[in-house]
Write a protein of this length. Structure first.
Length: 355
């Protein structure tokens, strides 16, 4: 009841609750006759209408998984990830599909969630994400497809087209019913900031080098999450460059995602600076598919204008970009390693004084 009340309040103030949908794998509740933990029960005894919907056996597990009873199918086409800590679910099974679809509709219609974040989607085919979105009709969805980037003798390769093409292929395979986290942009951006290599932020065609350069309306940009940063720190953005990273993703195309830790745990000054960046984007009406004109992308300076006509001007790096045209631009948020300008707003004509 408290969760439902919270989601209702969020909706009232225009915030959509996003549920973390972990359906690649599932832990069993009890052992089957084969001695394996591959029996699943729905629980939810307080919800009689939902009873039994998610009751599964070993048949729901992919063939070849150590928890399988031998009746499932091999890993669904398109999925190359095995999650070793729990049984991997066979999404080709129609009962599995029906159960998950019913559960998702229940989360949306009864609990009050409005959107989905699909976890570990490299473990099962994108077509199933598209199917579940079609059946449950969320307002929005995003998938976590975290793949390996390309490296050469000097480190991270400049060209990451294969990496972002994999994201594009996944999105298209969902019938564009889901967006994807832009891991390509994260990997390139943190390398550029860490090593003062801002030339990385322009591809061979003069565009942003991440997913935002190809499918910006389906690209969810981010700096860190619970896996890459926070307490796990599997692939962290450099701490002293986090605000530079936000200055990039908040002003650029895509759908920027703000990390809880950076807002709630890094102090009031850090929160204020992030709020300034977000306000600049909102006030400038930057859409997810805003065009980007990259003026400079060199080792110590990245300079770009975003919008058509330009609504934001962004400089990153230690060199500094000097002053902008004062007739068009006014100073916006700034900090160590970044500076923003916003387009001047036309003065509103004042009404003539009464005679």
């Amino acid at each position: 009841a408290s969760l439902e009340s919270c989601l209702k309040k969020l909706k009232e103030v225009g915030i959509r609750g996003v549920a973390d949908i972990v359906v690649n794998h599932r832990c069993g509740d009890k052992k089957g006759s084969d001695g394996k933990w591959n029996q699943f029960t729905t629980g939810m005894t307080s919800r009689p209408s939902f009873a039994g919907v998610m009751d599964w056996g070993g048949w729901a597990i992919t063939l070849g998984d150590s928890y399988s009873d031998g009746t499932g199918e091999h890993r669904p086409g398109g999925g190359d990830g095995q999650f070793s800590a729990a049984p991997n679910i066979d999404h080709r099974n129609e009962k599995v599909q029906q159960s998950i679809s019913i559960w998702l509709r229940w989360l949306r219609l009864q609990v009050g969630f409005q959107a989905w974040r699909f976890d570990f989607v490299k473990g099962y085919a994108a077509e199933f994400v598209g199917h579940y979105c079609y059946k449950s009709e969320p307002a929005w969805a995003v998938g976590e497809l975290w793949g390996d980037m390309s490296y050469d003798d000097s480190g991270l390769s400049h060209n990451q087209d294969k990496h972002r093409q994999d994201l594009c292929n996944w999105i298209n395979a969902t019938d564009k019913r889901s967006t994807a986290f832009d891991f390509t942009t994260k990997g390139i951006l943190q390398e550029a900031c860490r090593n003062t290599q801002y030339w990385r932020l322009k591809d061979a065609n003069g565009k942003p080098p991440g997913l935002i350069g190809w499918m910006p309306k389906h690209a969810v940009t981010f700096i860190d999450n619970h896996d890459t940063g926070s307490t796990q720190r599997h692939w962290p953005f450099p701490d002293d460059k986090v605000l530079i990273g936000y200055a990039y993703i908040i002003t650029h195309p895509g759908i920027p995602c703000i990390f809880w830790d950076h807002v709630m745990d890094w102090g009031e000054d850090h929160r204020r600076k992030m709020a300034e960046l977000m306000k600049a984007r909102r006030d400038s009406n930057i859409p997810s598919d805003a065009p980007v004109n990259i003026l400079t992308a060199e080792a110590d300076l990245y300079l770009a204008e975003i919008g058509s006509p330009p609504a934001l001007r962004v400089a990153l790096g230690p060199r500094g970009a000097g002053d902008a045209d004062g007739n068009y631009w006014s100073s916006g948020p700034s900090g160590r390693g970044y500076r923003i300008w916003v387009k001047k707003q036309a003065e509103v004509a004042k009404p003539a004084p009464k005679q």
